[in-house]
Design a protein around this ligand. Sequence first.
Ligand SMILES: Nc1ncnc2c1ncn2[C@@H]1O[C@H](COP(=O)(O)OP(=O)(O)OP(=O)(O)O)[C@@H](O)[C@H]1O
Length: 345
Amino acid sequence: MISIKGLRKVFTSENKELTAVDDLTLDIKEGEIFGVIGYSGAGKSTFIRLLNRLEEPSSGNVVIDKQEITALKANELRTARQDIGMIFQHFNLLWSRTVEDNIAFPLEIAGVPKAERVNRVQELIRLVGLSGREKAYPSQLSGGQKQRVGIARALANNPKVLLCDEATSALDPETTNAILDLLVDINQNLGLTIILITHEMHVIRKICHRVAVMEQGKIVEQGDVLEVFTHPKEKVTKKFVAQVMGSDEHDQSEELYYLIENFKKGKLIRLHFLGETTNQTLISQLAKNFPVDINILQGKITQTQAGGYGTLVIQFSGDSSEIEKAIQFIQKETSVEVEVIKDAK
Ligand SMILES: Nc1ncnc2c1ncn2[C@@H]1O[C@H](COP(=O)(O)OP(=O)(O)OP(=O)(O)O)[C@@H](O)[C@H]1O
């Protein structure tokens, strides 16, 4: 769907050259939500702006849906941009226009007749959940509502791709979640390919299918979100994963030592969940099927688009042969990995 090859952007200021995006090659599939994460200055904004040529590349090419964006003349680019919606951190709304007039703006530019425009705007307002706010001005809206206007405006011409430039960075956590849910809805219901840049791993965890990690203009690691979360390779990736899961191995071993010392009966087990979508009822299944006591001691499980992952430490106590059967059940019937931390025998 999107093919990016050897993309570079060199800025020159005060006779110094700075390579903001450095020989970047990437393929993005149709219908996926692809996240690019990196710290400030990594080159994310420059990268996403190169895709629709808000920033002109120094070299390399970008192909979106078989059209080579980097080869288009100015007038061709204007038409091609109707297929590439974009939303921004600070919304970029027109402050003197109402909600409906902001959303109608790209339709006016595309020459859509008035009656059709009015219908389309109504449809978009419903889609993004802004019914009743049609006549409001941006200054009268909350941050989340402003971004909803931004999304509706970006979708007005039925684009194939939506570029999101730190779209939730100016929002509080609750509003961020609501906007992320809306992006997932749009992705699923309209089949829209979404590329987003962010410095928050929570955003990647919650909605992305694949992720690329950017550092100094380059992609240093990429893959399925679950794979990158469970097996981060680069130092920078490990830091991002720690934003969501916490990673301090020292802390973990201290906590385990505490559990081993204080829960001496039966067996202490650590369960490793990896992309489980079907095992959410595991504990209740164990409790129903085996005459053992289960004590939940510690856990951290988080949900991604590909299912949950994380660990759960439990204590089994009771008849040791029943405990063994319960463990065998987990090993045979689920893909949860079992690690025995301590066996009281
Ligand atoms: N117009 C410009 N002229 C000169 N240098 C620029 C320009 N735009 C960006 N840069 C530089 O390019 C590098 C990458 O910036 P970019 O904004 O793409 O990073 P980022 O990862 O999006 O970070 P942030 O989240 O802070 O914006 C930075 O060193 C920045 O100073």
